[in-house]
Design a protein around this ligand. Structure first.
Ligand SMILES: Nc1nc2c(ncn2[C@@H]2O[C@H](COP(=O)(O)OP(=O)(O)OP(=O)(O)O)[C@@H](O)[C@H]2O)c(=O)[nH]1
Length: 238
């Protein structure tokens, strides 16, 4: 019987996704839908993935019995979808985190600061349907904290959200990266989002999901937490 190794595709001929997956597995890292895998990409990999996803999407469209050879509207859809996934809506899986300059808290500021609402866009891991929402970030710095530019909150959130997500994990990832960049005394994150897997299909309900992640002094200090929540302008319901 032929040795299993004999049938293995030589690494250089394996599809890009297989080569990348092997690197990740060798490093014993995770590659769930909402994980960033930029560290495992080599030059040229993204273009190779684009061609591979396009080919896969072409097969999906053919399986949906769409005449992609003669339908002028869907002729380039496979390429468009591949590009949209890899370079736009799921780019946060494939690119390194945005550069964030951290400034020392030279004046030892220790007053509540709130940023928001930041618009967030994602897609649910379950159906790949859009998630559109708003995010508020509350920070209580201390003398050891870093201060980061205001725009960086939106850039970091976008990096996390442009992956297939579920809202509960997305907010935890946002809290984790902010804790590591800012080292605040306390951090509060609130997200309110529409899930189109509920609006457009399935149960067809307009309900929104609101969730929060509290860290440090926001967990211990009820007054601080109440002050933060009172200052948010959450959607007014009819
Ligand atoms: N907890 C959580 N659920 C989500 C999120 N986004 C989408 N969902 C839900 O994921 C679930 C997937 O459910 P399944 O039962 O596996 O799939 P389904 O049969 O298509 O479900 P229906 O949507 O009820 O038709 C649905 O209830 C979605 O509403 C999210 O961010 N968090």
């Amino acid at each position: 019987m032929a040795d299993k190794e004999d049938n293995a595709i030589p690494a250089e001929h394996a599809p890009a996704s297989v080569r990348i997956r092997q690197r990740i597995e060798r490093a014993r890292k995770r590659f769930h839908a909402n994980d960033n895998i930029a560290d495992f990409l080599e030059p040229g990999d993204l273009d190779a993935l684009l061609a591979e996803v396009e080919e896969g999407m072409r097969t999906v469209l053919q399986s949906l019995v769409i005449d992609i050879d003669n339908d002028h509207n869907t002729r380039d859809t496979a390429r468009r979808v591949a590009k949209m996934y890899l370079t736009e809506v799921f780019a946060g899986r494939y690119v390194a985190p945005p550069a964030v300059t951290e400034f020392p808290n030279a004046e030892s500021l220790n007053e509540l600061m709130i940023v928001g609402p930041i618009t967030v866009r994602s897609a649910c891991s379950h159906h790949f349907c859009p998630i559109m929402g708003r995010l508020w970030i509350g920070l209580m710095p201390n003398e050891h904290s870093n201060l980061i530019g205001l725009s960086k909150y939106a850039r970091l959130a976008e990096w996390i959200m442009s992956r297939p997500q579920i809202q509960e994990e997305a907010i935890a990832q946002i809290a984790e990266i902010l804790m590591s960049k800012v080292s605040p005394d306390g951090l509060a994150v609130v997200m309110e989002a529409d899930h189109f897997c509920m609006h457009w299909r399935g149960v067809k309900d307009e309900a929104v999901m609101i969730n929060s992640a509290m860290r440090g002094s926001f967990l211990k200090d009820h007054t601080l937490r109440s002050e933060f929540l009172a200052l948010l302008n959450l959607r007014k319901r009819d």
